[in-house]
Write a protein that binds this ligand. Sequence first.
Ligand SMILES: [Zn+2]
Length: 417
Amino acid sequence: MAQSDNILNRLCSLEGTNFEVTDVKVLEDRITWQIEHKKDAFYVCSRCGEKVVGCHSKDWIKLKDIPVGNKKSIWLIKRARILCPCSMTVRKERLDFRSSHHFLSQRFVDYIEQVLCTKMFTVADVARLFEVDYSIVYKIDHDVLLRLFQTLPIPDPIHIAVDEKSFKKGHSYVTLVTDCDLKKVVWASPGNNKESLDLFFRVLGPERCAKIKTVAKDLWSPYASSCKEFIPQALEVPDKFHVVQALNRALDDCRIELTVKSKLNISKRSTIHGLNWILRHKQNNLSKQQLQSIEKLAQINEPLYKAYLLKESFFQFFEYKSWQIEQASSFLVQWIVEAYKVGLQGVKEFADYINRHGDILLNIIKTGRTSAISEGINRKISVIKSMAYGYKNLQYFMLKILQRCGILGVLYRPQTQ
Ligand SMILES: [Zn+2]
């Protein structure tokens, strides 16, 4: 009998505690474990941690523990109230196996953490799987990520990429820094201004900042002054991904300029509107039918068709190799001339920008940098956003990005082991 008691206590991880299992009931959907104080037990004050010998009274509380197979596991615990000199009043005793999350055992919380940190299940999945309230699982996830964040090593990158990501449908932003060699996000801070990136460089310190050789970023972003101040030695390389985005935006502006602003008749306008997403795709990726639609555009609206061709021709720039800098440079000059000929404001603004920042743009060719990493990370972040029914908490959103796209939690260990 004594041995089987021992096994029950071991099943509940109660060895070495003040408690023991005094009864077990196996029901259809649950197992209830009755847990009481050992005969010679003392009680620990939840306020001061002092051991007290006698108790004032006892009451039963329920905790949920790790399920056993398909059965829920419920602990019925007889908890003491004690008179402790620390406050001269009645206090509850401390239960080390109870988590700070209500009604869950600490080892159940550890187990939920472990499942969440496999990154194979969402918070909603885990809540459903263990029949625990969504808000509690969310809190556990947030807490474990915060704990892991405190153990993150300070990044020491050589090549970085800086980007912003919208949060709450564009009402606020976060700044992300990626280590291009690790291919991982190593930093996230609130906002998308100079101060947001300054924070990262301050954490790095002057020595680490001095080691950074290249910074890939959006030419159109406000991070330039921060880079100038903290990493003046780093070569600025625009992210191809952002250049293409800006190019598409320019074409969009042209479309609006030629349809809405020039009061085109409704039927032509809706035809052009239907072509909108085709215009955004690269010509090589279009189907035969889509190509025919584009050709139709040449008859309906020649200026927009010209702008489209101009956009398509820009992709040739990315084909140049590092030893063809001169050719790439004269290509840009030629492209700008053609752009001004089209005579549309959207294209003209893009061309102006290229004209001013051509040297920086050529760094894409010099370094042979692709935008594969940024694109991959952007895709992952879209998945994160869609999984979490819209993040309400900015800190949690940043931690989640660091976990899913970064190094947060790679070396996860439960707190109590
Ligand atoms: Zn006390």
